[in-house]
Design a protein around this ligand. Structure first.
Ligand code: PGA
Length: 253
């Protein structure tokens, strides 16, 4: 059965103190995740180790990095390699978030390299895709997202592809309060699964969790997650509030 996943994306928010308090508040819940459910927290690099210690012993709960280097260890000042992440017990990395594609000029080739660095270390990439408003308005979103998947993921073998997590995040819905409708999310998720099935086979595509991101909140999570091809969410703003994020976790089917 596909994993159902609530993933927090803290982005570049919180301090040492406030991040510790937030995680403690989230973990206070007595909610128990089911066998097929995961909670993942993508936190800033400096907090990875501490957050990993805080979740130690929790079932189905993991810490993720928000980025990694496209190269192996070496003379790359300021970069963080997947070897480093693996060595400290990090099993997930968010890749290709639209903010990194835009502000850090991350392109398909660079993301392909990063995907490869992750798999070399046994790390699961949470690969983000999604169209800007202009593309949605031109009704070209299916082709746009398909290209993102093709250019950075289609070199993978099927046995690696089945380990992927995909996050569909329409840029016009990120941090805007404007969520895709359930129908818009389901339509794109079904399209993504078809693109993956055409390339890697239906059996593989059925195993890949596809998360929705873009203004997911406690009030809309359950409905979004009830769509047949929506396997959970990648949550920015609402993951910075313990009560909200716990509501989102509890909304996983
Ligand atoms: P948001 O961000 O939930 O604040 O819209 C989602 C994301 O960018 O991952």
């Amino acid at each position: 059965m596909r994993k159902k996943i609530a993933a927090a994306n803290w982005k570049m928010n919180l301090t040492w103190k406030s991040s510790g308090e937030l995680m403690d508040a989230i973990l206070k819940t007595d909610h128990v995740l089911k066998e097929n459910q995961l909670a993942i927290f993508a936190v800033p690099f400096p907090y990875l180790h501490r957050m990993n210690e805080k979740i130690a012993g929790r079932t189905h709960t993991f810490i993720a990095a928000q980025n990694c280097a496209s190269t192996n260890n070496g003379a790359y000042t300021g970069e963080v390699s997947t070897e480093m992440l693996e060595s400290m017990g990090i099993q997930y990395v968010v890749l290709g978030h639209s903010e990194r594609r835009e502000y850090q000029r991350e392109n398909h080739q660079l993301l392909m390299d990063k995907v490869n660095r992750c798999f070399e270390q046994g790390i699961t990439p949470i690969f983000c895709c999604g169209e800007p408003l202009s593309v949605r308005e031109a009704n070209s979103q299916n082709n746009f997202v398909e290209t993102q998947l093709k250019e950075s993921l289609f070199h993978l073998t099927a046995d690696l592809a089945e380990k992927l997590i995909i996050a569909y995040e329409p840029i016009w819905a990120i941090g805007t309060g404007k969520t895709a409708t359930n129908a818009q999310a389901e339509e794109m998720h079904a399209h993504i699964r078809k693109v993956l099935a055409d390339k890697f086979g239906q059996q593989i595509a059925e195993k890949i969790s596809i998360l929705y991101g873009g203004s997911v909140k406690g009030t809309n999570a359950a409905e979004l997650f009830s769509q047949p091809n929506v396997d959970g969410g990648l949550v920015g703003g609402a993951s910075l509030n313990a009560e909200e994020f716990n509501t989102i976790i509890k909304s996983l089917p």
